[in-house]
Ligand binder design. Structure first.
Ligand SMILES: [Zn+2]
Length: 216
């Protein structure tokens, strides 16, 4: 199945720049020339009582820089993270569900006009419409609805100005991030600590919560 691509939705834009990311955090390579593949990771906290969501950190990283970081992880950390996802996430099921053709009944009662909702982007001719919110409505590991998560991260795979829909993008809730962090070796945690210090310079009370580029 060919991946569907849609224009990069706002949730994967840089909040700081109020625009799509345009360079790799690490090598500063231009990302929007249309041929460079990159990942966008953003972490949010939300405060129900104030109906507020804040971005804790955000970055885009090209796939070659990302690969270097993943390769810097210890074998133990990589194996444990892979096992964790194998155990908790059924990616084929996820893909089948997300890409399932929608029956007309799914849209019964909706406006019959072509959707002009910004979340809906017509994919290639002949394919059903997709709504990226379907990819991002629950934690990929625990199934917790995003609205019920105090903290979560989103991860998306982009090429140029487009987001590629595969098993990504995903939401990973705070609990699952904690699980993953707990699986990392001390060596890997040191690597990630170095990454955070170098690129984010966050206050210490925030640093301990952040895992950095663990998954892709
Ligand atoms: Zn790079």
């Amino acid at each position: 199945m060919l991946p569907i691509r849609i224009p990069v939705p706002a949730i994967f834009h840089s909040e700081e720049r109020e625009a799509p990311f345009d360079e790799c955090l690490v090598c500063e390579k231009a990302l929007r020339d249309g041929s460079t593949e990159y990942l966008v990771e953003k972490a949010f906290r939300q405060f129900d009582e104030f109906d507020v969501r804040e971005t804790v950190f955000e970055y885009a990283i090209c796939l070659s820089c990302h690969l270097e970081i993943v390769e810097s992880f210890s074998d133990l950390s990589r194996t444990r993270c892979e096992d964790y996802f194998d155990e908790h996430v059924d990616l084929p099921e996820r893909a089948a569900r997300l890409f399932a053709p929608q029956s007309p009944a799914d849209h019964a009662g909706e406006d019959a006009d072509p959707p002009n909702d910004a979340r809906l982007h017509p994919p290639a001719t002949g394919s059903p419409p997709v709504d990226v919110d379907d990819w991002l409505d629950t934690c990929v590991v625990h199934g917790t609805p995003v609205d019920d998560l105090d903290e979560y991260q989103v991860l998306g795979h982009c090429v140029g100005d487009e987001l590629v829909l595969t098993h990504l993008p995903v939401v990973i809730g705070g609990t699952a991030m904690d699980d993953l962090t707990g699986l990392l070796s001390n060596e890997t945690l040191d690597e990630l600590g170095g990454f955070r210090d170098e690129y984010f310079g966050l206050p210490p009370e925030l640093k301990q919560d952040l895992s950095g580029p663990v998954v892709a």
